[in-house]
Design a protein around this ligand. Structure first.
Ligand code: ZN
Length: 248
């Protein structure tokens, strides 16, 4: 078998320690549930990382071998070290790592640094959501029906201040009538980025089999290296003339 995909699931991991309601749903942290379903795939090697771990969970040795980084943060976005954010952004741009922002990761420093907007959106009460598969031909939508129901999610709705996505794979409709671009792909430099909306800490979305399938597909899609080009990490200084080849 070819090399496994090195996946890191990074979680702020604060709500699960401070809220009894959240702890009851995700006793070991929501990242542990994500790891548990990704672990069923033989092509993935999954590591957990959390904000309060040494080096905020991402020491250089780990980051440098990470193929795909998943990111869930909410109450402590501001605590994430700016130097770490730069390293993550650089790895994505250089095509060394894919990045997947989950739910409130829309406001995380790495997501905003990578896509380039403030990620603001409108939000409201938890309610039923219908997830629409708008690009069934996309690899992230493989095995997903044309729509499915999420029993309870936090309302996230438009306008969502993201750049125009390179592919919009999923769109949401909520019980109160609002809509949202729920699953969006971005190409940045030589790296691939996916934003996926479900995953509020007091909801059970990470146990939903379709949500699990989409995140699994997104990990495989985000693996770097198959865009067919590389981005240099510095600006080459030209000392020759391109026209010399015509003068021989
Ligand atoms: Zn939330």
């Amino acid at each position: 078998m070819s090399k496994k995909i090195n996946v890191v699931v990074w979680n702020e991991f604060r709500h699960e320690k401070t809220s009894e309601k959240v702890k009851a749903i995700y006793p070991d942290g929501l990242h542990a549930v994500i790891k548990s379903f990704l672990d069923t795939n033989e092509d993935m090697e999954v590591t957990l990382a959390a904000l309060d771990d040494p080096d905020q969970g991402l020491p250089d040795e780990l980051l440098e071998k990470t193929d795909v980084l998943l990111w869930w943060g909410h109450m402590a976005h501001g605590d994430v070290d700016d130097e770490l954010v730069k390293k993550i952004q650089s790895r994505v741009y250089l095509g060394k790592m894919g990045f997947i922002a989950l739910h409130s990761g829309h406001h995380s420093k790495p997501f905003k640094a990578i896509v380039g907007t403030n990620g603001n959106l409108s939000w409201g009460r938890n309610q039923k959501e219908i997830m629409w598969n708008m690009m069934p031909q996309h690899p992230i939508a493989a095995g997903i029906p044309d729509h499915f129901l999420i029993e309870e999610e936090e309302l996230y709705c438009e306008p969502f201040y993201i750049p125009q996505p390179d592919a919009l794979v999923f769109g949401a409709w909520y019980e109160d009538g609002y809509i949202f671009r729920s699953g969006a792909c971005f190409l940045r430099g030589a790296g691939k980025v996916f934003y996926f909306q479900p995953g509020h800490e007091s909801c059970r979305s990470f146990y939903n089999p379709y949500v699990q399938k989409i995140i699994t597909n997104a990990v495989r899609w985000a693996v770097p290296g198959d865009l067919g080009y590389e981005i240099p990490d510095k600006c080459p200084h030209i000392l020759t003339k391109a026209t010399d080849e015509f003068n021989d």
